[in-house]
Design a protein around this ligand. Structure first.
Ligand code: FAD
Length: 289
């Protein structure tokens, strides 16, 4: 089923899987998928990693298994930096063969050795996909605090407008730790004529190290209230992880109360984290359909 149809029908909730890295067997991802399916998410997205960890070939098999074996709608990610039109054609053919209707069209991070070939920006990929398959349901990324490379916030909104005009159907946000950033962003999108549904992405932090890494890689700011939680949690990894889940659940509850199009949990292949988020959303009535 298309994600646009789900977004039109109700407020959604969804999870994410990343394909196993290195030599880890694909079966690990199938186990995670099966555990996530228990909570009946509207969809599970499957990330794509071009180059880097070299596991992009597993995105479609995992997405196909979600649809075929678990009856869960899958959202297959695709990055385009370093790809040719022929690479994208081959990926779309794989999606068709597997009955996958949903793709998240991304540029991918810049890395040494990954130069643009046929696509420079996500909007180029969206334009191409829209022509190749007008029926594909296409999502795109957005950034409540602006993309790390954007010289100013205005440019950031303009690039979202370009994605909308290219044919994107909805947006999913980068993680953020302060809901006020999201509410401001949502308002500004409308002012900049970006009218697509926006799914808010929340990532429970699991440790001090991990949140520091995220802040550097995706430019998410860490508010003082999060730092205080971590200081209070001390050095024990279990206490830090617990603080992260508690904080994310509070964020989700607040977002649910303030009317969102959808909530996406960056569940990081940890079904327990996904389930904690599910419980809080069920508890606050968000999942009553
Ligand atoms: P773009 O929309 O191309 O934007 C990148 C930068 O270029 C921005 O600064 C933008 O303002 C600017 N820009 C855009 N269009 C133009 C234009 N026409 N002219 C000039 N400047 C322009 N990465 C992965 O590798 N695999 C994944 O599976 C993955 N999943 C993600 C899921 C979500 C929900 C999000 C938010 C991010 C994900 N990423 C993933 C990370 C993403 O690839 C990076 O954030 C990347 O740096 C930008 O991707 P984009 O699609 O937003 O690019």
């Amino acid at each position: 089923m298309k994600i646009t149809d789900k977004l039109a029908a109700r407020q959604t909730f969804s999870f994410e899987i990343f394909p196993p890295k290195g030599d880890l067997p694909l079966e690990k991802a199938y186990e995670v998928a099966s555990a996530l399916a228990q909570d009946k998410p509207d969809w599970v997205s499957v990330t794509y990693s071009a180059g880097g960890s070299g596991n992009s070939e597993n995105t479609v098999p995992i997405a196909a298994s979600l649809e075929r074996d678990l009856g869960v709608t899958a959202l297959a990610h695709l990055t385009c930096l370093g790809s040719t039109k022929a690479d994208v054609d081959a990926y779309v053919a794989q999606l068709h063969e597997s009955g996958i209707q949903n793709v998240l069209a991304l540029r991918g991070d810049r890395r040494p050795g990954r130069e643009a070939k046929d696509f420079s920006h996500a909007s180029d990929l969206i334009t191409y996909l829209r022509v190749q398959d007008p029926d594909l349901c296409i999502g795109a990324a957005c950034y409540p605090e602006g993309h790390v490379e954007s010289p100013d916030v205005e440019e950031s909104y303009h690039s979202l407008y370009l994605k909308q005009e290219a044919g994107a159907d909805y947006l999913v946000t980068q993680l953020f730790f302060d809901n006020e950033d999201f509410y401001r962003f949502r308002e500004q999108c409308l002012r900049h004529r970006v009218k697509l549904p926006i799914v808010a992405g929340i990532m429970p932090f699991t440790s001090v190290k991990q949140i520091q890494r995220m802040a550097f890689t995706c430019g998410a700011s860490i508010p003082a209230k999060v730092v205080k939680r971590l200081v209070h949690a001390g050095d024990d990894p279990a206490d830090q992880a617990r603080a992260g889940i508690e904080y994310a659940c509070e964020q989700l509850e607040d977002l649910a109360a303030n009317g969102v199009d959808g909530l996406h949990i960056y569940s990081m292949n940890k079904p327990a984290i996904a389930h904690a988020a599910y419980e809080v959303l069920a508890g606050c009535g968000y999942l009553a359909r």
